[in-house]
Design a protein around this ligand. Sequence first.
Ligand SMILES: Cc1ncc(COP(=O)(O)O)c(C=O)c1O
Length: 404
Amino acid sequence: MSAPPLNPALFHLDREHLWVMHCSEGPVPRAAIRAVRAFLQKELRPWDVRWEEDFQGIPAATREAAAALLGGRAEDISLSPSTSTGLVAVAQGFPWQPGDEVVAPLGEFPSNAWPWLALKPRGVAFREVPLWEGHRSGAEAWSSLPPTAATDPEARLIAALGPRTRLLALSWVRFQDGLKLDLQRLGRGCRERGVHLVVDGIQAAGTVPADLEGLSAFATGGHKGLLAPQGMGFLWTDEAFRQSLAPSGTWLSVEQATDFSRPSTDFDRAWLLDGRALEPGGPNLLQASALLESLRMLHEAGVPAIAVHVAALQTRLLEALEGSPWAAECRRLRALLEAGRLGSFLAFHHGGAGAEHLQGLLQAGHRQGILASVREGYLRVAFHGFHTGEDVDRVAGWLSGTAS
Ligand SMILES: Cc1ncc(COP(=O)(O)O)c(C=O)c1O
């Protein structure tokens, strides 16, 4: 197996903790901690904090790094505390008319449901679309059938777009079943129908190469595959789409806001046209310092190389489990992987065994120092660019029941 594209020594990983759950929260590299510490140190001596280098420079560099990772332009990036806040900026800023509708796949993570559900008093409906036969969510989530490579979720979503649909909002990689949707195909389908495609990208950012063509907006928090602490992510918006949104209305969302040679109380100013118009106010420089380091590290390693590495680790795990009780699940996941339908985590469906069974498995994993997660009937095993073949073999030992 080739060397991991992210050197494990960049992180504080140890033998006692095999963290295969960046789909919940990613480990933060040492460099990000150093950057935060250095900035806090400056805050001890505020005269050391530089206006251009820090107050403006850190957010600007972070927007640049986010754009580089996505293959977009820095002026289309808005720094935003979380996926939710990015989506809320779109939901609250969009020029809705009563009777408009948002379509979403069934069973989205709540960050991509509540911003749209909150629009009900404005006459905007939220409609969920099952992505395959037997797909269930909510109270019935555990009785859902899992997706297979034979399903065509994009066709179902595109067919569901109606005359009142203004926006299709979906996760690039879904949080429970791990299914990756084809954004380019969805983007084409949306564009042909005059619908905006808005993406919750948090489960793919940093591990799946991005292509923004056909998207109107892309929101992500930084604390999963982007390997930054909770509290800072970003929103990318297509320029024309952004001009249709109401600005956030903070003091920094207008022109010359920080030019103090002009009275700040002169309100005769235009809104900024770039992504800063959607930012939530004064920048969080500590969080941005950390995210900036993580983004640079990921960009240097290369997201395409990380994706290839993760797929190789996933293949190795599925092969290792072929003779185990997970054999049928491995065939389903293998077919999805080969069809390019998976992100960075393998979601093993409980197959009727139930919550207690998965909970017991998780606990057995914990006893072996393997930290994974369960959501809505799926046991999630997430690999990133820093995992190794040896890590996979430990997971295989745990899941096949051969390790104790
Ligand atoms: C698909 C998805 N979206 C969003 C989030 C988190 O949203 P936020 O960044 O708002 O905390 C998660 C996980 O917690 C998720 O799995």
